[in-house]
Design a protein around this ligand. Sequence first.
Ligand code: GTP
Ligand code: MG
Length: 213
Amino acid sequence: MFFVSLQPKDLKMEIKKSAFTLSAPTVSQCPKDNKVEYAFIGRSNVGKSSLINMLCNHKGLAKTSSTPGKTLLINHFIINDAWYLVDLPGYGFAKRSKTVQKQLQQIISGYILQREQLVNVFVLIDVRHEQQKIDREFVDWLGESSIPFTIVFTKADKLGPVKARQNAERWMKQLESGWEELPPYFITSSEKRMGRDEVLGYIEEINKSIEAR
Ligand code: GTP
Ligand code: MG
């Protein structure tokens, strides 16, 4: 007798398990197990921690706050016992002292440039705003440093789908000056759980391409 297990061909990736691993003050204190990782970066308060919680279906996994500047360390979350999501401190929070801002900049650039298992950076942009100089400079720096990245527009629920798409398209169009090839982008809302399948699907594609190597 044969037992045939019927499985859909394209099983969508699901996050079955997510847990906090550690908070590192610098890249040298990050986990040493060589699992691949995906980092989330963007201005303070843009919604990095909220997006990680939404992707993981796990409220309270990453600490969120309406007070900007909450995440000050490199926070690792282990997913399905196999790979990491990394919550980075936000940049560009003017109320921080110059010394702290400089320290954070060093933590962020040290992590991004030195972390070999980092396979993609998700740069979060609040979809409501015009392109800000600090975001543009950060994206240009990633490109110049040959770091693979994706743009993730956040808080789309605050605008509605049509306006959010228009803003995202305009933001991407502005990148064309100075860029031959545009990075992929996603429009999300952690509040409405929008864009979840797209971001997870993208991560799954990268995970698969690494396994196939
Ligand atoms: P720092 O760690 O301080 O850099 O901030 P962060 O980028 O991690 O932002 P966080 O996830 O803590 O969210 C900041 C604020 O924005 C919180 O009050 C969230 O509830 C709110 N927020 C985040 N994502 C969304 C969203 O998709 N929609 C709405 N309406 N609010 C959001
Ligand atoms: Mg945060």
